[in-house]
Ligand binder design. Structure first.
Ligand code: ADP
Ligand code: ZN
Length: 678
């Protein structure tokens, strides 16, 4: 086992690396400059935390969000790692403790807020920094949304300290990447790791809006008690949806940029600490959300682009346990998003690109096959049908829509591209409203040609046409539909269009996918209750004790001993010591008693060796013939032997507390155990 794997297991309690982590950890520990681009939840923090433990000296971590830094420091300390943060929200005592640990040379990771960089030069010069890790490295990009001017100091800092730098981000576009290389690495290309985009534990689903409030309420009702986010298009909607959810007995809050900073912080804190809070939010609820156990994300309105969609759903399920998403969309959303782009201040080519990104998202919304294939395809990755999206769950019924699409296009053209969906549908189904009569549209050849379909069917056809960018609402004509170039081949009969039928039916009430089987569900709740109690006692968010994935594994595998427990993903040595028995108690109603020295070896091969040493010692307590003076070794001695498994008497003699008489009595038997154990 490599040192990295060993630390992964013993400190973090993880069985294996996630994709990319092993290579990144190795390269960073080796001192290579590194730019790693990994999806949210890919496990970036581990990629600098582990090397920090493998290298001499202090690893300086620069991260833009104080709350995240404090979380990480707490999580590291909970895992027994000496880490500290210097931020503006420190108490004097906290700051003093960080300085003391720096002076004592015990600090392994120092988290620093970017705005402290300027004032910390002297401190850093004498801190013995041997590695700089930059989290959310895209904050160095002046063109991005998250630009942090203080990030521009990092390049100079690296130069003056002459230590390797590792930069991490989830933002992968080439422009941002180039900027990071220019500003953090002085233009010298670092080792690049480009992670895949797939988040296989996140279930994808879209639904056309149809009483959207009810759709969201039903989705939430099927997931009661689970933490979720509902992204809303407007501030007002965050408030009204939060109230509606509250009225249905959920614990819900709202969050948007118009609130007091203090109120916003209060929601962030509650969300992190509470198990099962729903936050209805605008996209202002974003980068600061680091909660790993968000079980679902719903979009009450269509996001603005496929990138935003990916980022927002990506906040779910960072712990790797199953998470679900639902995105609602309708013709109003499409109109709104198009006009936001058209009315924005961006130059024309930028607007075209933004329309393209919106089209990509609409293509995903109106997809006919596996959504993951479409989503990953946009990012340039191929994938087999995933089995964890709504369209894999239930393939949509499709039909040849060429004819109705041509009828709709004809209605648009014959009314001079001056009308919106409502009027066009009236014309198609032959409804002679006042407006229709006033314009003599009841005289058009198109009037009534579509009367074998319902108005609702036609709405769905128009929506899908907008989704395919065959028609676009014209902002200068109050959203009247105009035909695009893409529609010409259809009109000319040179291309056909396949449409979805199920998009026109009311979707069924969504059924929540359970995290565990019915049989294990009561145990999972009991484990969660224990977690909540422990978290409250410590003033921690529950996931910091153990995350959902860990509890699910406990509920499913029901470890009976601390050894079994140590094999559960997420149960590291420190957490095993602190909480192992408490959770075993819940599972079995009683944990085996274990000597603390033995407990330290739980789950490792050395644990078994320790047990055998103990048993041969038991057999030899009074010597081979059972008449000698009783003798035994301390737990500390046995642990030393179990951990080192010496191969000779000379080596064994170095065990602390193993006196000559004891060596005489147990030596040969202990060596035999060690030989078998190795
Ligand atoms: P990112 O910063 O890339 O979004 P994090 O570093 O916050 O992701 O990690 C997301 C979650 O995944 C955390 O809860 C973390 O504990 C967990 N995690 C990271 N690496 C592993 C691993 N190798 N095995 C299991 N869980 C992991
Ligand atoms: Zn799929």
């Amino acid at each position: 086992m490599t040192q990295a794997q060993d630390l992964l297991r013993s400190v973090f309690g993880f069985d294996g690396f996630r994709p990319g982590q092993a290579e990144i950890v190795e390269a960073v520990a080796d001192g290579q400059p590194m730019l790693a681009i990994m999806p949210t939840g890919g496990g970036k923090s581990l990629c600098y935390q582990l090397p920090a433990l493998m290298r001499e000296g202090v690893t300086l971590v620069i991260s833009p969000l104080i709350a995240l830094m404090r979380d990480q420091v707490r999580a590291l300390r909970a895992a027994g790692v000496e880490a500290g943060a210097l931020t503006s929200s420190n108490t004097d005592d906290e700051t003093a403790a960080v300085f003391a640990a720096l002076d004592a040379g015990t600090l392994r990771l120092l988290y620093l807020a970017p705005e402290r960089l300027a004032s910390s030069e002297r401190l850093l010069a004498r801190a013995g920094v041997s590695l700089i890790a930059v989290d959310e490295a895209h904050c160095v990009s002046q063109w991005g949304h998250d630009f942090r001017p203080d990030y521009l100091r990092i390049g100079a800092l690296r130069r003056s300290m002459g230590v390797p730098l590792a930069a991490f981000t989830a933002t992968a576009d080439a422009e941002t990447r180039d900027e990071i290389v220019a500003r953090l690495f002085d233009g010298v290309a670092p080792t690049l790791f480009l992670g895949g985009f797939d988040r296989p534990n996140i279930h994808l689903a879209f639904q056309p809006k149809d009483k959207p409030r009810d759709q969201i309420l039903a989705f939430a009702a099927a997931r009661k008690g689970q933490s979720g986010i509902v992204y809303c298009g407007t501030r007002a909607k965050t408030e009204s949806l939060s109230a509606a959810l509250g009225a249905q007995g959920h614990s819900a809050a709202f969050y948007h940029g118009g609130m007091d900073p203090a109120d916003r912080r209060a929601v962030e804190t509650r969300f992190a600490a509470e198990d099962g809070l729903i936050v209805c939010a605008t996209i202002a609820f974003g980068m600061g959300v680091d909660k790993p156990d968000i079980r679902w994300v719903a979009h009450a309105d269509l996001p603005k682009s496929i990138e935003s969609y990916y980022q927002e759903i990506g906040r779910a399920g960072r712990d790797g346990a199953p998470a679900e998403t639902l995105t609602l969309y309708g013709p109003e959303d499409i109109r709104l998003r198009r006009s936001q782009i058209d009315e924005g201040a961006a130059p024309n080519d930028r607007k075209q690109a933004d329309h393209g990104r919106l089209n990509a998202l609409l293509g995903l919304a109106e997809a006919l096959g596996c959504r993951r294939q479409v989503l990953l395809g946009y990012f340039g990755e191929s994938h087999d049908p995933c089995g964890t999206c709504d369209l894999c769950d239930r393939p949509p019924e499709t039909f040849d829509g060429t004819e109705p699409v041509r009828m709709a296009l004809s209605a648009i053209l014959r009314t001079d591209e001056r009308f919106g969906t409502g009027h066009l549908v009236d014309v198609l189904v032959g409804r002679a409203t006042d407006k229709v009569r006033a314009r003599n549209h009841d005289d058009l050849p198109t009037f009534g040609v579509g009367k074998d379909r319902t108005a609702r069917d036609w709405q769905a056809i128009f929506r899908q046409m907008m989704g395919r960018d065959l028609v676009r609402p014209d902002p200068e004509r109050h959203g009247a539909l105009r035909m695009t170039q893409a529609a010409r081949p259809v009109l000319r009969g040179e291309a056909s269009v396949e449409l979805r039928r199920d998009a026109m039916r009311t979707p069924d009430r969504p059924v929540a996918r359970a995290l565990v089987s019915d049989e294990d569900a009561p145990l999972l709740s009991a484990l969660k209750a224990k977690r909540r109690a422990l978290a409250e006692a410590q003033g921690w968010p529950p996931y910091m004790i153990f995350n959902d994935k860990t509890l699910i594994e406990m509920a499913e595998t029901r470890p009976a001993t601390l050894d079994d427990m140590a094999r559960i993903g997420g149960v590291g040595a420190t957490k095993l010591e602190r909480y192992g028995s408490a959770f075993l108690d819940v599972i079995a109603g009683g944990a085996e008693e274990m000597h603390p020295a033995r407990r330290k070896l739980a789950g490792r091969a050395a644990g078994g060796v320790y047990d055998r040493l103990l048993s041969v010692q038991g057999a030899l307590t009074r010597g081979p013939d059972g008449t000698g003076k009783p003798m035994s070794c301390t737990a500390g001695t046995l642990r030393w032997i179990a951990e080192r498994q010496p191969g000779s008497l000379d080596e064994l003699a170095r065990a602390p507390g193993l006196s000559a008489p004891k060596l005489d009595r147990f030596g040969a038997a202990f060596l035999e155990v060690c030989r078998d154990g190795a």
